[in-house]
Design a protein around this ligand. Structure first.
Ligand SMILES: [Zn+2]
Length: 341
């Protein structure tokens, strides 16, 4: 039979995927022989018919994941493929990597490989590699270490935070207490170079060790996405995503490296995004660790409600390093911090 003849005679049945019926009718009519394999052209037509059904959009415009009932066998085959794929993926995800040997960051999610394999379903099952969230923390730490002379490059930990000054001892003690605590936020504000990123990264390292999922947010880079007009429709889901982790670490919050107005203050748009992020995180009840170049009263000057919210959530863990001449820093005393909050 030619393709055109098949289409003419069996077009309706093909569109419904009723291949078995077509074959029975073909046998009865002597168009194909009993027991023999199907001619190639018929096989191609059958395969195309099934593909067409599989790819048919459903009424809501999405591709139909539920094919016609007759393709149950096809679906079963797909499920088998998926299960096989999942086994392979699980095997990879359970294997151990060695990234922690270089930076001291022990990530239970990727087991220190930096990659997680996931099974996706887009009309067919396949697997892809996605970068683990810990890689951002690793890169941030690596960048920080690059600024150090080779001889004193270290692995990330709370212990590797220098404590030659009293204020440094107090910051480390407070960070150690914070990681033992079961809730609350931590805010560390103040001059660049006083170890804010180190202490916050070390806190996140401890959280990872506690099996918590940590999201690293590089504020100056990411805030651009939140403000982009072309990404406006993704804005709410972007904010929402930040609240879906156990811990959110915002590095360089409202950072000086971001956009600033002529007075050196963040532009209103940045402050608006900051307020939205802080409010959403506050509602979610998740933990937030913030490092920022701003002291809390300065933050209040930018947006009082936002500053108050951080104070309220970060009670007991609001660390500030005042700017002094030269490269000397001092932590504000607890009484001063209480006053601020
Ligand atoms: Zn990881």
């Amino acid at each position: 039979m030619t393709d055109a003849e098949i289409q003419e005679q069996y077009g309706d049945l093909l569109a419904q995927g009723r291949l078995k019926e077509i074959m029975e009718q073909m046998r009865e009519a002597g168009q194909i022989e009993e027991g023999n394999t199907l001619p190639d052209n018929i096989r191609v037509i059958f395969r195309n018919a099934l593909n067409a059904i599989w790819n048919q959009p459903s009424s809501d415009g999405k591709p139909a994941n539920e094919p016609a009932p007759v393709s149950a066998r096809l679906r079963k085959r797909q499920e088998e493929l998926r299960d096989g794929l999942q086994c392979k993926v699980d095997l990879y995800n359970r294997s151990e990597g060695h990234l922690d040997e270089a930076d001291g960051i022990d990530c239970p999610m990727c087991r220190n490989k930096g990659l997680i394999e996931e099974v996706r379903n887009d009309r067919r099952f396949y697997s892809i590699m996605v970068e683990c969230e810990c890689m951002k923390l690793r890169r941030s730490w690596k960048a920080l270490q690059k600024r150090q002379p080779v001889g004193i490059r270290q692995k990330l930990s709370l212990d590797s935070f220098a404590v030659s000054e009293d204020w440094q001892v107090r910051i480390r003690q407070r960070a150690e207490r914070y990681v033992q605590d079961s809730s609350g936020w931590l805010y560390i504000g103040g001059a660049p170079g006083c170890g804010k990123t180190h202490i916050c990264s070390a806190i996140c390292r401890e959280f990872l060790r506690q099996n918590l999922r940590v999201r690293y947010m590089d504020w100056p880079k990411e805030v651009i996405l939140f403000k982009a007009k072309v990404l406006e429709d993704e804005h709410d889901s972007r904010i929402q995503e930040l609240t879906e982790w156990d811990v959110l670490y915002i590095d360089d919050f409202l950072g000086a490296e971001g956009e600033t107005d002529p007075d050196g203050e963040p532009v209103d748009e940045d402050v608006k995004v900051a307020r939205e992020v802080i409010e959403a995180c506050s509602r979610s009840g998740k933990r937030v660790v913030i490092s920022s170049g701003w002291l809390l009263d300065e933050l209040r000057g930018l947006d009082k409600d936002m500053g108050d919210r951080i104070c309220e959530r970060g009670r007991g863990y609001t660390l500030q390093v005042a700017r002094e001449k030269g490269r000397d820093y001092r932590a504000l005393s607890e009484e001063q911090e209480e006053e601020l909050c």
